[in-house]
Design a protein around this ligand. Structure first.
Ligand code: ZN
Ligand code: ZN
Length: 213
């Protein structure tokens, strides 16, 4: 099995988790044996988030999508942002806040779950009043955490260990954009994202009545 960062292998990872007896859990209660907290920090692309969310829903998988209100790449208050939240909810996923420290404004759009964007160690695991911190001590230890940052699993792709049921429970952080867009390196994948975004921008300009001739 090749551990490539594409949707095919993502589905294999989910299938391995199921074969290993894991149960897809939401943040809130203490982790229990067999819990798998599937977390998506949405830094770059709502479109990629929705693509992944649809794939998961088809497999009966529930995840937690953490969305930004301060992203430079998307606007959660736009019609596109509102529609994305409503579709994620429809598909049965949880929606929390991917926050820029120290700003935590949990309005009615969000479940009370927060992850920090590019956190610094001094505040990363601190308690957050009124919300679950996905980086809090309860959920975050090196043995029970895997992240796909920059298309690199620091401790290895978890598919074998999931299939074998080796983790007592696990939080896994997956960034949809790096799986959804094509490319065999992070640079190629990000260029794939930019190309897709170019098409989206042109469509938005046309929609806005801008003359593109
Ligand atoms: Zn793998
Ligand atoms: Zn982030």
């Amino acid at each position: 099995m090749s551990c490539s960062f594409d949707l095919e292998h993502y589905c294999e990872i989910l299938e391995a988790a199921r074969a290993g007896g894991y149960r897809f859990a939401y943040f809130g209660d203490d982790p229990e044996l067999g819990d798998l907290f599937l977390r998506h920090d949405i830094d770059l692309s709502l479109a990629a988030a929705l693509t992944m969310a649809e794939v998961e829903a088809e497999l009966g998988v529930r995840a937690t999508y953490l969305l930004m209100t301060e992203s430079v790449f998307y606007n959660l208050a736009s019609a596109e942002g509102v529609a994305a939240i409503s579709r994620l909810r429809e598909l049965g996923h949880a929606v929390g806040l991917h926050a820029v420290h120290p700003n935590v404004v949990l309005d009615e759009r969000f479940d009370p779950v927060v992850s920090w964007h590019n956190p610094r160690p001094e505040y990363m695991s601190e308690e957050i009043t009124g919300a679950v911190n996905a980086y809090g001590e309860r959920y975050f230890s090196p043995q029970t955490y895997r992240s796909d940052s920059n298309q690199h699993w620091r401790a290895g792709c978890p598919h074998d260990e999931l299939r074998a049921g080796s983790f007592p429970w696990l939080q896994i952080l997956v960034h949809p954009a790096i799986w959804v867009y094509p490319g065999t390196t992070m640079g190629q994948t990000m260029r794939g994202l930019v190309e897709a975004d170019k098409k989206r921008r042109l469509a938005q300009l046309a929609e806005d009545g801008i003359d593109l001739d």
